[in-house]
Design a binder for this molecule. Structure first.
Ligand code: C2E
Ligand code: MG
Ligand code: MG
Ligand code: MG
Length: 262
């Protein structure tokens, strides 16, 4: 019986493994070509202030090919082949270029996702400031989003964000609540905003966990954005609990820049 089971395993698992590896190679070579070919696009999703439902920021979200592979599929591949660094610079430059008019006209900021790999560059902060300079976007109009694990893992990398904050760039913890069990680290992090992961919004905005996160943020003077807000009831409850900002399909899906209206 054991021998039969062993055979079954080989038959069942081998094709899957081969498919995954082939898929990875396919994505990797596609990604390598895509940057030079100009195939990447940014979509933007509004972040809304719950008090008056005004759009205060938009999050830049990478699309490739537009309407094609989900970022959660291709970004890990881009990280594995080292492409996330040049790609990340492309995203930042494009987002800052697009956002300048929105900020000047409507005071709308732009928030950009940053991979931990990007922060490994020693001159990361200086290069971000150079992009702001070249694109003419004021530092106060830029928010960088990093996940908890990146912020906590490496004090040296996190320290690189200090210079940016001194200049007025804000830092947000993305997907907050999914990464670490200990909250003590939060007190020391150079951050301004908590983006509360959408799993907490989905599992009930009046849950104890959501309340605790919002109280914690208030105690640390951090602004809060609830992710994945899909219903008016969720927005209402979040507002009542003191959450300041919300983002989600209730307000808008991520859309091309040309389709944004504030
Ligand atoms: P994220 O930064 O947490 O972005 C929010 C994700 O939630 C987006 O998925 C967005 O489309 C989705 N979303 C927004 N509102 C709702 C909602 O109401 N319901 C549901 N179910 N989902 C909602 P997307 O665009 O597929 O991006 C996935 C992740 O890929 C992002 O999560 C981020 O971690 C990563 N990503 C996207 N663009 C970039 C980028 O330029 N650089 C890096 N390093 N990562 C990126
Ligand atoms: Mg994000
Ligand atoms: Mg997020
Ligand atoms: Mg998320």
């Amino acid at each position: 019986a054991a021998k039969t089971a062993g055979k079954d395993r080989v038959v069942r698992f081998e094709p899957d493994l081969r498919t995954a590896a082939a898929r990875h190679r396919e994505l990797a070579s596609g990604l390598r070509r895509a940057l030079a070919a100009g195939e990447f696009e940014l979509h933007y999703q509004p972040v809304v202030r719950l008090l008056d439902e005004r759009v205060t920021a938009v999050e830049a979200l990478l699309r490739w090919p537009p309407g094609g592979v989900p970022p959660l599929t291709f970004i890990p591949v881009a990280e594995a082949i080292g492409m996330i660094v040049p790609l990340g610079w492309w995203v930042l430059r494009q987002a800052c270029t697009d956002a300048r008019a929105w900020f000047e006209r409507d005071g709308v900021a732009v928030t950009v996702n940053v991979s931990g790999h990007q922060l490994r560059e020693e001159d990361f902060a200086e290069r971000v400031l150079a992009v702001l300079d070249e694109t003419g976007l004021p530092p106060a109009a830029l928010v960088l989003e990093l996940t908890e694990s990146v912020l906590v893992d490496d004090a040296e990398r996190t320290a690189r964000l200090g210079l940016l904050r001194e200049r007025g760039v804000r830092i947000a913890v993305d997907d907050f609540g999914t990464g670490y069990s200990s909250l003590a680290y939060l007190v020391h992090l150079p951050v301004d905003i908590l983006k509360i992961d959408r799993t907490f919004t989905a599992s009930g905005v009046d849950s104890t966990l959501m309340k605790v996160i919002l109280q914690l943020a208030e105690g640390l003077s951090l602004h809060t954005v609830a992710e994945g807000v899909e219903t008016a009831a969720q927005a209402q409850a979040l507002k009542a609990l003191g959450c300041q900002y919300a983002q989600g399909y209730l307000y808008s899906r991520p859309v091309p820049a040309a389709q944004l209206s504030f």
